[in-house]
Design a protein around this ligand. Structure first.
Ligand code: OAD
Length: 228
């Protein structure tokens, strides 16, 4: 049984990491044009690096919650059948023990050279002065996907979605494409589609089954049902 699990900020909310669009969400406090676009980075790179340094610090202080742990248990019980496609740039799935994780919007723990494309582990506090270990240019940027950029691993994600039998979306508002379009693709390909979210998302109609509540409750309950 092939299972694709798409996660969003809602799965990490109870670990203390803010979501984007809820009340008090990151995009109510920060201008996404300034901190999450290539143009914003060109205008004020220090502001952008500071924003992601603060998010990395939050992430380092956070712990996986019962929802991340339940997904790791599911993969352990069904080895080779489960892939997590996450929009999150935190590493809480990996720290909970999930092995098969695709980070389509990049990762806070990774740095990217804007000059040559080389990647290396980001320090806890990134600096614009950091020289690329490969080409030496001082063009380091957070290895995250900004608005206007193409998410990572889209070919592999499309293949997994086309081949899955169960597609589950957890804690995502369904407002950012292409991630938001994956449920409809899975449904077209014949998968059973499940939404686990605090409340109905923009794309709730696409799902065959919906369970609403905090991820720390609905995700373990869903995993238990699946594992019987
Ligand atoms: P959003 O902030 O848009 O949506 C968070 C979703 O999680 C909403 O549907 C909430 O109802 C739900 N939620 C909140 N608390 C929850 C909880 N305790 N349990 C379960 N669900 C909960 O976040 P995303 O959908 O992840 O991209 O946002 C998608 C992308 O937009 C992000 O990856 C980021 C952002 O801009 C980039 O920065 C490129």
């Amino acid at each position: 049984m092939s299972i694709v699990i798409l996660t969003g900020a809602g799965i990490s909310a109870e670990s203390g990491l803010g979501t984007f669009r809820d009340k008090d969400g990151l995009w109510t406090r920060y201008d996404l044009e300034e901190v999450a676009t290539p143009e914003g980075f060109a205008r004020n790179p220090q502001l952008v690096v500071d924003f992601y340094n603060a998010r990395r610090a939050n992430c380092l202080a956070a712990r996986p919650n019962a929802a991340h742990e339940a997904l790791a248990r599911l993969e352990a019980a069904r080895p080779g059948e489960v892939v997590i496609v996450t929009q999150n740039v935190d590493d809480l799935h990996q720290r909970a023990g999930s092995q098969s994780v695709i980070q389509m919007h990049g990762a806070l723990r990774s740095a990217l050279c804007a000059a040559c494309g080389h990647r290396w582990p980001a320090p806890d506090v990134m600096s614009l002065a950091t020289a690329c270990p490969s080409c030496g240019a001082a063009r380091a940027r957070p290895d995250v996907v900004w608005f206007g950029e193409i998410p990572y691993h889209m070919d592999e994600i499309a293949d997994r979605v086309a081949a899955c039998e169960i597609f589950v979306a957890i804690g995502t508002s369904g407002q950012v494409y292409p991630a938001a379009g994956l449920a409809a693709e899975a449904r077209r390909a014949g998968a059973h589609c499940v939404e686990l979210n605090l409340e109905a998302s923009e794309i709730s109609r696409v799902f065959h089954e919906r369970r609403f509540g905090p991820a720390s409750q609905v995700v373990p309950a869903w995993v238990e049902t699946l594992l019987g």
